[in-house]
Design a binder for this molecule. Structure first.
Ligand code: ADP
Ligand code: MG
Length: 669
């Protein structure tokens, strides 16, 4: 069965490094041919000329044309000649790491030397590193330490079309750094913005109408098919579409399906494998998932060739839209949906929810079908639905909670976010709500001139690469003498879930894990899991027996180590509270009091922030006990609204910790 095969695949160590030693002789020679075969190679000399001349440049090129892997190498070999460093940012951790490894391989050097990467909680670089791939969030952190980013000669903002919050803020920061460096006669900062989509007019405009270069791709004709009628159940429609393709198309004509998230994809993969077995055709079906949280070894499988008489079906999130390229795709099945963060300024909360994609995303998805030859894209929605989609996606900064960004902007010395030079300015409501949230957390103050600045607490919070609420929790924990425990809880919350989801052994998994459960809630339960894991000497077999994800556990250890180091650097006292777990929960309230909810007689909870009616998620240990007051780490909206990762709290704590916030909102019962 597939579950078993999936588990048999050897998981890599956290820091998987592929070096040239792993490549065969043939592969080494192939890199030169490969590089020459990319569309970007045709314009190499022109590109180099423009990159030398211009200080600001926007480069557009179809996914797979060679922007991410080749442009830094061109700069390194043909422009800088060993002098100066190149930073290149990616919105996703996985992309930063895998591209860095790929480029190191192409350059025949071990990762961490000339080519390195640096993402939150994981890095591999050295003083010799000249090409550094990193997440956009990481470069933003570098800017807080060195506002002019003088360590870099070239900064490349990749996948700019995704317009993540960090990308947007970075664009502002580097624009400012470039001007400032010019003014002070420091070596010029060269800026390159790369995008896979055409709608870059705004970015060029923002950089004083800088030139736009277009790398012509090699896209083959793609035929687009819509459904006749409006579709209610897109998952079912996608399943039947794939099966129809499978029953007709020749082998090796691979399929890429776009869905929204991990759980949905895993379920879909399971159903499809089952249907593949029952199907009459003699072509084998290889179904593979692809999403950011998937272990690295499993991600790599989507790039591998399949045997002759098979068809590969890859079921992916929007990660396969532009940041990775899979060869051999003939058919794209587009659900028309994506999971996106939405923010409600009134509640100060981000919710993760499934929404329609934009037309520009739909075209990107279709494009994946025509990389090597003509292809077909099945849009599992009708033409009318397509016409109603927004032309372009709304930049994330206009959609989600910007408290964390506001905190970082303030620590970069920006006094007024309302007048900051954003590419797209968030609404005043949303900017003010971020300021309110930081004020409630005691991170900022207004001086007499109405300018904002960080308090001592705020400065210390800004040192942590965490949501400001969790940063605040760490500071409270130091005071309460339970920083050891809170470091664990916060690390567990920052990694992907350590609880293995097993469809066929769910009951067994639940029974085995019952010993970790705490009546105090999920946060304390996570603490218990961590303690047992440490007690087992971080044993892999122990993880297997207890249905705990070993890889994610190792990531937790890594995160904890780094957070602990920041605490030590800040001279914080790291103590344990022993068995008194109420101190842990109380510390959590210091950051999460805005995420408190109160039980009503009908068994539903209402959030105290905005009286939204919510349910406890079935995965919570408090699902059945339903205590009167809880705090939660996450609000998820699917068909219902759920709160997850909860702790039982004493309502009195809310009044002690933030009386002004709570008194107006809590209904006394
Ligand atoms: P772009 O950034 O324009 O989308 P890339 O530079 O990422 O293009 O990729 C160019 C080509 O390099 C891809 O079409 C693919 O053939 C190859 N490539 C990139 N990353 C990898 C990888 N991790 N493994 C194998 N091939 C890769
Ligand atoms: Mg790219």
């Amino acid at each position: 069965n597939e579950e078993a095969t999936a588990k048999k695949i050897k998981m890599p160590d956290l820091k998987t490094t592929i070096t040239i030693e792993d490549a065969t002789e043939e592969e080494r020679n192939n890199f030169e041919d490969h590089k020459k075969s990319l569309p970007i190679f045709a314009v190499k000399q022109k590109l180099i000329k423009r990159m030398k001349e211009e200080n600001r440049l926007v480069v557009i090129g179809e996914t797979g044309s060679g922007k991410t892997t080749q442009i830094p190498q061109y700069i390194y070999n043909d422009i800088l000649n060993g002098k100066g460093k190149i930073a290149i940012t990616q919105p996703r951790r996985v992309a930063a790491i895998s591209v860095a490894e790929r480029v190191a391989l192409e350059m025949n050097t071990p990762i961490g030397n000339e080519v390195g990467y640096c993402v939150r909680f994981e890095e591999s670089f050295s003083p010799a590193t000249k090409i550094l791939y990193m997440t956009d969030g990481m470069l933003m952190r570098h800017a807080t330490l060195n506002r002019l980013l003088t360590q870099y000669s070239y900064i490349i903002i990749d996948e700019a079309h995704e317009r993540t919050v960090h990308t947007d803020v970075l664009l502002s920061i580097i624009k400012k750094a470039q001007k400032e460096r010019q003014k002070r006669h420091i070596e010029d900062l060269k800026i390159i913005i790369m995008s896979a989509t055409m709608d870059v007019g705004k970015l060029s405009e923002y950089f004083d109408k800088c030139p736009i270069l277009y790398i012509e791709g090699r896209l083959h004709p793609i035929s687009i098919k819509f459904t006749e009628d409006k579709i209610d159940d897109y998952l079912f429609a996608c399943l039947t579409t794939v099966m129809q393709i499978h029953s007709k198309a020749p082998p090796q004509h691979d399929v890429l399906v776009f869905l929204t998230g991990q759980d949905e994809i895993e379920n879909f993969v399971r159903s499809l494998r089952q249907m593949g077995k029952n199907c009459k055709t003699d072509i084998d079906l290889t179904v593979l998932p692809m999403y950011a949280a998937l272990p690295f070894a499993l991600q790599k499988r989507v790039f591998e060739d399949t045997p002759k008489n098979t068809r590969k079906v890859i079921v992916a999130t929007n990660i396969a839209e532009t940041s990775i390229t899979i060869s051999g795709i003939k058919y794209v099945v587009d659900s028309g949906m994506v999971k996106a963060k939405l923010h409600k300024p009134s509640s100060g909360l981000d919710i993760l929810t499934v929404v329609r994609i934009s037309q520009s995303q739909a075209w990107q998805r279709s494009g994946r079908a025509g990389r090597q030859s003509a292809g077909t894209c099945y849009r599992v929605y009708d033409k009318n639905t397509f016409d109603l989609m927004p032309a372009n996606s709304i930049p994330e900064i206009l959609r989600c909670n910007i408290a964390s960004v506001t905190l970082q902007l303030l620590s970069l010395g920006i006094k007024n976010t309302l007048t900051f030079d954003f590419v797209d300015k968030p609404s005043e409501e949303s900017l003010n709500s971020a300021v309110d949230q930081l004020s409630w957390l005691q991170a900022i103050e207004k001086d007499k001139g109405n300018e904002l600045h960080l308090t001592e607490i705020g400065k210390r919070m800004a040192a942590f690469p965490l949501d400001p609420r969790l940063g605040r929790v760490l500071l409270a924990a130091e005071k309460n003498g339970c920083l050891e425990e809170i470091l664990t809880v916060v690390s567990m919350l920052s990694a992907d879930s350590v609880m293995l989801i097993s469809a066929d052994q769910r009951e067994k998994a639940e029974a085995v894990r019952r010993k970790f459960q705490s009546v105090e809630g999920d946060h304390i339960t996570l603490l218990n899991v961590y303690k047992s894991y440490k007690g087992s000497k971080k044993n892999k077999v122990w993880c297997k027996e207890n249905f705990i994800n070993h890889r994610n556990m190792k990531i937790v250890i890594q995160i904890r180590k780094q957070l602990r180091k920041i605490c030590i650097d800040q001279n914080m006292t790291i103590k344990s509270c022993g068995e008194d777990r109420s101190l842990v929960r109380k510390s959590l309230v210091h950051g999460l009091f805005m995420n408190a909810a109160q039980l009503h007689s009908d068994g539903l909870y209402s959030t105290i922030m905005d009286r939204k009616m919510v349910n406890i998620h079935p995965s919570s240990v408090l699902f059945r006990s339903k205590p009167g007051y809880v705090i939660y780490s996450e609000l998820v909206q699917t068909n219902k609204c759920y709160i997850r990762d909860l702790s039982l709290i004493d309502p009195q704590w809310l009044f002690e910790i933030s009386p002004e916030f709570v008194s107006k909102r809590l209904i006394r019962q």
